[in-house]
Design a protein around this ligand. Structure first.
Ligand SMILES: Cc1cc2ncn([C@H]3O[C@H](COP(=O)(O)O)[C@@H](O)[C@H]3O)c2cc1C
Ligand SMILES: O=C(O)c1cccnc1
Length: 356
């Protein structure tokens, strides 16, 4: 690893290129020649075209093997009473991920995705574990209600942590990356990020997270509104927005998304935390969106606002509101099937099937 964190982020941003138009045109043409009525694969056809654009070749490679990184961090805004769950659940769930006992572990086994857990900012001590990637920037953010969540340098360091992890997974052979998060209270900074990057009112992007009651929900909206009023985050300064109202896992996820795009590897976005990070990544490098696949539409309202802003259509809509990468992992077989259609289905000419 060479260069400062800042240089590594700048180099990654500079390496992001838009989707390849020729490969996309070839994929569209090929979809029209496959032995099926044109358009009959609906959204899978668009997905296959996008994947050809990311890879720069038609047909694109199979997205195998798949690797999920779960970025974990804690949040100073927990002190404002925005979630009923104690902060130590973040670290306890990290241990659960490492033991293979969380929902996302079960789903990852179903689809054959490897799971990596990354500590970018858990507040308490974690047991040393060979499978835990320790890239902790600081033990939790500051309370965004009373000051910045972190310094600009810390945001850049967290971005670089995400870049490092994406690079390691791709160098290890991953052909598709999946996003995951763990951080009690993190739907609050997610709402603040979505509001800041899209200019949407706090009430329209704040949700009930783990399932907060009416009083907590009202406080959450007030916290998001007060944070925006205090910091006045400028969407033209994405690092400043992340530092003021984001989280360490959000910044790391943004770096991870940028690095996937820079390497022309597709990356599946999960729920509202990853979608908020995707807004930051897109603000740093607009073409990074071309490498992103929206795995699902989270119940959390900020997720839909963020995906609409990015122009991404979610693959699944299952009423999920968990995070961890569960929605990204579940979307993987659909993404792979879209690629298989382009790679494996016969054309009218090759199969000798008569056209209408
Ligand atoms: C046991 C448990 C497992 C989780 N897995 C993901 N989350 C999700 O819920 C948290 C965000 O919701 P809020 O902002 O309301 O705290 C994050 O940790 C997110 O990953 C979980 C939450 C809990 C309690
Ligand atoms: O959208 C998500 O991923 C989400 C929603 C609620 C709680 N945690 C995560």
């Amino acid at each position: 690893m060479t260069g400062s964190f800042e240089e590594r982020v700048a180099a990654t941003v500079a390496a992001v290129r838009p989707a390849d138009a020729a490969a996309m045109a070839a994929a569209r043409q090929r979809q029209a020649r496959l032995t099926k009525p044109p358009g009959s694969l609906g959204a899978l056809e668009d997905l296959s075209v996008r994947l050809a654009g990311i890879a720069g070749v038609c047909p694109p490679p199979l997205p195998e093997p798949a690797a999920l990184a779960i970025f974990a961090g804690d949040h100073g805004v927990h002190a404002a009473g925005v979630t009923p769950w104690p902060q130590e659940v973040t670290g306890q769930m990290v241990a659960n991920f490492l033991a293979g006992g969380a929902v996302v572990n079960a789903f990852a086994r179903q689809v054959g995705a490897a799971v990596t857990v990354v500590d970018v900012g858990v507040a308490g001590p974690l047991p040393a574990a060979p499978d835990l990637r320790d890239l902790r920037v600081r033990p939790g953010t500051g309370n965004l209600l009373t000051g910045p969540a972190m310094s600009r340098d810390e945001a850049v360091q967290a971005l670089a942590a995400g870049i490092t992890v994406a690079g390691e997974l791709c160098d290890g052979g991953a052909r598709i990356l999946l996003c995951g998060d763990m951080g009690i209270a993190n739907t609050t900074p997610s709402a603040a990020l979505v509001a800041a990057f899209t200019g949407t009112a706090p009430g329209a992007v704040t949700g009930r997270g783990t399932g907060v009651d009416d009083a907590t929900y009202a406080r959450k909206v007030e916290v998001v509104a007060a944070a925006l009023a205090r910091h006045r985050p400028d969407p033209a300064d994405p690092v400043g927005v992340l530092a003021a109202v984001g989280g360490l896992e959000h910044a790391a996820l943004a770096g991870y998304l940028l690095a996937a795009a820079a390497r022309r590897v597709p990356v599946v976005v999960d729920g509202v935390i990853a979608a908020a990070a995707a807004l930051a990544a897109a603000a740093l490098a607009p073409a990074a969106v071309d490498a992103m696949v929206a795995g699902h539409l989270s119940v959390e309202p900020g997720a839909g606002v963020a995906l609409a802003h990015l122009g991404l259509a979610p693959v699944l809509d299952l009423g999920l509101r968990l995070g961890e990468g569960t929605g990204a992992v579940l979307a993987l077989p659909v993404v792979a099937a879209a690629v298989r259609a382009l790679r494996e289905v016969a054309t009218f000419d090759s199969a000798g099937v008569t056209e209408k």
